[in-house]
Design a protein around this ligand. Sequence first.
Ligand code: CTP
Length: 429
Amino acid sequence: MARLLLGVSGGIAAYKALELVRLATRAGHAVRVVQTPTSERFVGVASFEALTGAPVLTDEFQRDPARGAYPGDTPPAHEPISHLALVANADVFLVAPASANTLAKLAHGLADNLLSSAALAARCPLVVAPAMNDAMWEHPATQANVATLRARGVRVVEPGVGALASKGEHGAGRLAEPAELLAACEEAIPAACSSLAGLRVLVTAGGTREPIDSVRFVGNRSSGRMGFALADQAARRGAAVTVVAANVALPRAPGVGYREVETAAELAAACAEEFPRCDVLLMAAAVADFRPAAPAATKIKKGADAPDAIALERTPDVLVGLAAERRPGQTLVGFAAEHGDDALAYAREKLARKRLDAIVVNDISRAEIGFDATDNEVTILTPDGERPLARAAKEEIAGSILDEVVRLRATASSDGTLGTAPADRAARV
Ligand code: CTP
């Protein structure tokens, strides 16, 4: 799953770009579209907006209601510069159809409309799919422009030979088929987007609620943001992701599977089912350690019969239970919200006690990070080290945690200890 920016320039083949968007979104990619003014003569923004589920931009000075965010992403709090934000957030930029005029602009670095400005600002891979009349395609100027782009590392999806738009005309210049365009984009997507390809990732997110009676509960302040960011980033890196979501009020991402739970017991049951088939467990949920021992079936009234105190009982530690059942090939990551100076020492004790591959620690004594904040600042502890991550948006932190998971798995599979409990590992290496 990647963020694909599609630039549509003027040409009859623009209608084929609609099919490309349909294929790309069906494959789980998040797509945004920018159009040149000329392309609007062929296909209107409404069609692309309907298929992508996101606003289409046609002008550099147009405000982007989605603030540069791709479908499934949370828009930033500030208003970014539209053409820069869209391309900065893209994993790949495809220009299809690329007219002769647009190719010439890209080859010469012109930035006179939204599409060409975005292309000039692109740091992600650029793929162009030319489409034009055969005489224009074969003209030495066009061929020289294509050669310039290729030499610069731009991928060119060659136009096909066949019937052209004008009646009776035949030759080279037909836009490649949508499936070929999608394959070219997927090939160009950086390795970071596929580092978890083929893996099944189980994420727990949110906070459990333990009923006191039919309307009240004992809960916690976890919003689920960190868990959802992990799920989203894991899906973007090619994993098949399931989230066990405990009371999370955030939007669900396309391409991610969700199991909704409320209590620690429901979370434990969902995890017990999902865990055996996962390769990576990211246990970000705040699971209640205690629950009311005898929840009332109806609402407790405040009369003379109201209890003075609520008796609590311990809940089982879900993560410890899952770690005891781990099979070779699984990587387990816990999360610890700790207070103050001894945060790392407490977390290191949990890492060992819960037999984890890594634990992500954050200091909840700081108001600007942690619970329900958009940012986080954490340290990833592993049996052999610690990696502090500077304060950043939870999406970015999630990406770094997943990079660490990839590193841990690569190290463990090279020394033959992947999936063995860290405590047993010392004996094997
Ligand atoms: N966890 C769990 N089941 C519980 C409690 C916690 O699976 N009943 C998991 C959390 O999802 C997290 C990790 O254990 O990944 C650490 O959670 P934390 O609440 O910090 O750990 P506790 O063992 O409950 O420690 P504390 O004594 O600090 O509450």
